[in-house]
Design a protein around this ligand. Structure first.
Ligand SMILES: NC(=O)c1ccc[n+]([C@@H]2O[C@H](COP(=O)([O-])OP(=O)(O)OC[C@H]3O[C@@H](n4cnc5c(N)ncnc54)[C@H](OP(=O)(O)O)[C@@H]3O)[C@@H](O)[C@H]2O)c1
Length: 294
């Protein structure tokens, strides 16, 4: 398994700013400190979060906290060209994985985050026209300049990871994993991570809130009832059960918590102390899919 200083549970900041909780600088600084107190030292960003505003808000909050940069790990992403009030010149939503864009995006992220380096830079989404050599040249320059320490991808298939890996070391694949999105368990993505020592990080572990949000969708209601029944049987909270499910996998999946409520981050951290049996894992799987394994 890969060695890294990323915390077992990662704090996702996508909804800390205007895309969610709208925390002010002091609240954000307090949340960063509280995460560190729980041992959650890794923070997951993207240039686009909050319509290109959350990195800078977090950077201000981190500065206000007075915490030492060496005590946290910062992940950020680039490559999605999304129009926002901060980027009005982008007219067409598209991807850009050119050398120039990757380098410029990192420079902007460094400025926003008020840091000298990014621990892990990810290409946010695979582009059908990405050129591995172009990406390699950008990553080479950024590593040589000390602006990034590691490089990875997000939402890439195994073949896409192999393509990029042929030119530059891919050290992480950040993918969607939850009871609603199980494909990485069966399509080779997690197997490939294990084979190559690539860190799998799981985004939207609660399905982006789908596990809890009010719904009248009968399929979703049935699925949630089945999952709740398993949780009740073992005295687990529903979110706790999902973290247990992810953490049980031998690929050493790192769940990215989407909540900005510290008690929910704590639930994720505490889950790491509970070991479930393989049979219990399959009970959760079966509840998620609604079908027994063959
Ligand atoms: N690489 C990518 O393409 C990609 C895509 C999406 C996200 N991400 C990363 O993954 C992180 C997590 O994604 P996510 O926000 O979709 O994660 P998530 O954890 O699946 O969903 C978070 C949502 O679930 C709600 N929630 C969590 N626990 C709850 C509970 N016990 N009861 C009720 N509601 C609960 C939260 O509400 P509260 O805030 O009220 O707790 C929040 O609205 C993001 O912050 C981002 O860093 C990456």
């Amino acid at each position: 398994m890969p060695k890294s200083n990323y915390s077992k549970i990662i704090a996702g900041v996508m909804k800390w700013g205007i895309w969610g909780a709208q925390l002010n600088t002091s609240e954000m600084a307090k949340l960063i400190e509280s995460c560190l107190d729980l041992g959650v030292t890794t923070f997951d960003h993207a240039d686009i979060y909050g319509g290109h505003t959350t990195e800078a808000e977090w950077g201000n909050a981190f500065q206000q906290s007075g915490l030492s940069r060496e005590n946290v790990q910062i992940i950020t992403k680039c490559g999605i060209m999304m129009s926002s009030a901060q980027r009005p010149k982008i007219k067409t939503h598209h991807y850009d994985t050119s050398k120039g864009h990757i380098i410029n995006s990192v420079d902007t992220s460094l400025k926003n985050l008020k840091t000298e380096y990014i621990d892990m830079l990810l290409i946010h989404r695979p582009s059908p026209i990405m050129n591995p050599n172009e990406i390699m040249k950008a990553i080479d320059i950024l590593k040589t300049n000390g602006k990034i320490r590691q490089f990875g991808v997000s939402n890439f298939t195994t073949d896409q990871v192999k393509l990029i890996n042929s030119s530059v070391d891919v050290e992480c694949n950040q993918i969607e994993v939850s009871p609603f999105e199980l494909s990485s368990f069966l399509n080779g993505t997690l197997d490939h991570c294990m084979l190559e020592g690539i860190i799998p990080m799981a985004w939207s572990p609660m399905g982006g809130g789908k596990l809890f949000a009010p719904t009248s969708n009968p399929t979703l209601l049935n699925q949630r009832e089945r999952l709740s029944n398993v949780a009740q049987k073992y005295g687990w909270e529903l979110d706790e059960m999902v973290y247990l499910f992810l953490l049980h996998h031998p690929a050493d999946i790192k769940p990215i918590v989407g909540s900005s409520k510290i008690e929910r981050v704590k639930t994720a951290v505490d889950s790491a102390h509970t070991i479930i049996s393989d049979a219990q894992w399959f009970e959760i799987w079966t509840a998620a899919t609604g079908e027994n394994v063959p």
